[in-house]
Design a binder for this molecule. Structure first.
Ligand code: GLN
Length: 548
């Protein structure tokens, strides 16, 4: 068997069909059969990476251990497969062109005219194959962003056409994802858009081996046959992917239709042992039918596009299922929080998460949230800017530094409790220049955080330019706010926790990037548990009239 084998996932008809989820689900099925699988994403936009994109443009920017700012689909890959991804798992048109143009400037092309074919397509093919060079994978799934027919996707499709030819028969395949819309007026599912989409792909010289159809209704036998006929496919290579209540159900649905077996056959791979989804199904069962129910307020400024906080929402699902609880999120726009409306806005919430973010809009709302939670003993987790606002609030209201600020908001502030990191001072370029990726943090003895992680040293992923100002640390600690996690090399404060609360913790890093279905993150588990306990004691208090 020539390894690795490649699976390309393309999309047609419309964007947002869920290629990332289908790729991750297929990856999970193949992995649970014993294959070594990874997934990468090719994005056709010209940004070098999504790090400079506003979350409203492209949802959350996901960060890998090695400090790459990547597409949010990489988060799905990690959460489903429980494997880390890296900078090599996300390639954009911007990166491809940057490499080719740098080579041109160096004179590597020896006076030749540099063109899309072959220079850009060669670079795309090289990038697609980088991950496989390690010998660590049997199968590589490559999700191609965008929609077939888009001008900007053309070089990627052309590179795939060439690569399929070079790799030889049975060493690669195409899964094409389309929409089969339902026309209410005629009461029918329509196959025409999928037919056209497959034909469009064929015009680029690429034949789909499998069609995955997103649909709101069951695809009948006759529709499946029709799609198969028009798209040159066997009936079993047409897979239905109906709308589901949770993305975590997709692997089960694909397994039922034997997508894994179809794929292995297309790639000429012997079938390894059966898929074992026992653990996954256990998680799914608890996720769908939980015993407990809690509501957590997420205070942030990008709340009108919930994909901006995707990994946080998913981390709550993992931790919730682990604790047999459904976590509902109430999305709270920090820009509208005031002293007057905060009580009403937070009413009935069992915990508050103060979200990451950038810039000054909505920051005062986060400071207010931090104060309200501290004063009312509400379980609170602050992430990155969330932690920073907890520190600002503490400095203002406990230490009495009314004007305490982050220098991100006010460079001239009298009390810069949060200030720009030394290494960031000379940085002028925005892309890829923050403190990024995995850093070590040492946990202090006899702290909540130590008992949560149950170890003395952790690695967590970062994405920030500002830090807690250690000049204020003594006063913070004297007044009950402890730096319970410190970077051993730089002394940077990575975790603040209150000694006077059940759960009032701020972290400079992003725990949400490391939570997976198989390994729910300890900090999210502890936070959800604290909110369940808070809710139970509130209920007891209300029932008995006694303070618990
Ligand atoms: N804006 C803050 C900083 O750069 C926090 C960043 C974040 O929340 N990811 O330090």
């Amino acid at each position: 068997m020539k390894l690795p084998k490649h699976i390309f996932v393309t999309g047609g008809v419309t964007s947002s069909l869920g290629k990332g989820i289908v790729s991750a689900s297929l990856g999970l099925l193949l992995k649970s059969r014993g294959y070594r699988v990874t997934i990468q994403k090719l994005d056709p936009y010209i940004n070098i990476d999504p790090g400079t994109l506003n979350p409203y443009e492209h949802g959350e920017c996901y960060v890998t251990d090695d400090g790459a700012e990547t597409d949010l689909d990489l988060g799905h890959y990690e959460r489903f497969l429980n494997i880390p991804t890296s900078k090599d798992n996300n390639v954009t048109t911007g990166k491809i062109y940057q490499t080719v143009i740098n080579k041109e400037r160096r004179g590597d092309f020896l006076g030749k005219t540099v063109q899309v074919i072959p220079h850009i397509t060669n670079e795309i093919k090289r990038r697609i194959q980088i991950i496989g060079k390690s010998g660590d994978y049997d199968i590589i799934i490559t999700e191609i962003g965008g929609t077939v027919g888009d001008i900007e996707s053309l070089p990627f499709i052309e590179a795939v056409r060439q690569l399929r030819w070079e790799l030889g028969e049975k060493n690669s395949m195409i899964i094409h994802l389309t929409l089969v819309p339902y026309l209410a007026s005629s009461g029918e599912l329509k196959t025409k858009p999928s037919q056209h989409s497959v034909r469009l792909l064929m015009e680029s010289g690429v034949q789909a081996n499998v069609l995955v159809c997103r649909t709101e209704h069951d695809i009948s036998k006759s529709i499946r046959e029709k799609l198969a006929l028009f798209c040159n496919l066997k009936n079993e290579n047409v897979i239905e992917c109906k709308d589901l209540s949770t993305i975590y159900e997709v692997p089960k649905v694909l397994l039922k239709q034997k997508l894994d077996q179809v794929v292995l056959r297309e790639l000429g791979i012997d079938l390894y042992p059966e898929v074992d989804l026992t653990k996954w199904n256990y998680f799914l069962e608890r996720h769908k039918n939980p015993k407990n129910h809690i509501e957590i307020g997420l205070v942030g400024k990008y709340v009108s596009l919930q994909d901006s906080y995707l990994s946080i929402a998913e981390s709550f699902i993992h931790a919730g299922a682990y604790l047999d609880a459904k976590v509902d999120i109430r999305w709270i726009y920090s820009g509208e929080l005031t002293k007057e409306n905060i009580e009403e806005t937070f009413k009935g919430l069992d915990g508050i998460l103060i979200a990451p973010g950038f810039g000054d809009r909505g920051i005062e709302g986060k400071v207010l949230a931090a104060q309200y939670c501290r004063e009312n003993n509400i379980p609170t987790l602050g992430i990155c800017l969330g932690m920073q606002t907890m520190a600002i609030e503490f400095a203002r209201n406990i230490l009495g530094y009314e004007k305490a600020e982050s220098t991100e908001v006010n460079t001239q502030t009298e009390h810069p409790v949060i200030s720009i990191m030394e290494q960031q001072k000379g940085v002028t370029e925005k892309g890829g220049t923050m403190r990024l990726g995995s850093w070590t943090c040492e946990l202090k003895e006899n702290t909540s955080i130590k008992s949560i992680y149950e170890k003395s040293e952790i690695q967590e992923r970062h994405r920030h330019r500002y830090e807690f100002n250690n000049e204020y640390l003594g006063q913070f600690e004297e007044n009950g706010m402890i730096a319970s996690g410190i970077n051993p090399d730089t002394g940077l404060v990575e975790i603040l926790e209150s000694k006077n609360h059940h759960f009032y913790i701020g972290v400079q890093f992003h725990p949400e990037y490391k939570s997976t279905v198989e390994n729910p993150h300890p900090l999210f588990k502890a936070f959800v548990e604290a909110t369940i306990n808070h809710k139970t004691s509130n209920q007891l208090e209300n029932a008995t009239g006694k303070k618990i």
